[in-house]
Design a protein around this ligand. Structure first.
Ligand code: FE
Ligand code: ZN
Ligand code: FE
Length: 169
């Protein structure tokens, strides 16, 4: 699709996000399964529910703009999730792997935060306030998910990971 206008760019960004969130819906159960820490498992499971709602919210945003929801494969999310998947297959200390899963998941959340921030700016410039509200709801969930991961790392996982014996020194 040619980007003739900012409306085209907003749609382009929404299609990318629609793909990104759908990819995440498929990936989060695998991350939850791989997590050893119960609180990390629950954080991934909780964000799965939110992410399903975010897919629906994007469908409502497309509806508001009078277009059919179409995904355009998000290469960024594809790459981030490939790295997350690699982390789930790492051997060694379970706590260290959990710390790695958090690092991978926080990259995902920051990527989403950047993407929603730009989409919100474009929607606001175009006067699509209903779309702005929908996207802002999701943005606040992404920020909360990121904060939650920081909390689990600080309060539990990083300390446990630090206690794992080092075999390379
Ligand atoms: Fe999301
Ligand atoms: Zn993307
Ligand atoms: Fe997210």
């Amino acid at each position: 699709m040619a980007l003739e206008s900012m409306s085209d760019l907003l749609l382009d960004q929404l299609k990318d996000l629609y793909s990104a969130e759908q990819q995440l819906v498929r990936a989060l159960p695998k991350l939850a399964e791989a997590a050893c820490s119960q609180s990390l498992k629950e954080a991934f499971e909780g964000h799965l529910g939110e992410t399903e709602g975010q897919v629906t919210r994007l469908e409502r945003a497309f509806q508001q703009l009078g277009v059919k929801p179409i995904a355009r494969t998000c290469r960024g999310m594809e790459g981030l999730l490939r790295e997350g998947d690699e982390m789930t297959h790492e051997s060694g200390s379970e706590s260290v792997r959990d710390a790695g899963l958090i690092a991978a998941a926080q990259r995902v959340e920051h990527y989403e935060i950047a993407a929603y921030g730009c989409a919100i700016t474009f929607a606001r410039l175009l006067g699509h306030e209903e779309v702005v509200s929908l996207l802002e709801e999701t943005l606040s969930e992404e920020k909360a998910a990121d904060d939650k991961l920081t909390g689990i790392a600080d309060e539990e996982v990083n300390q446990a990971a630090l206690a794992a014996p080092s075999t390379t020194e």
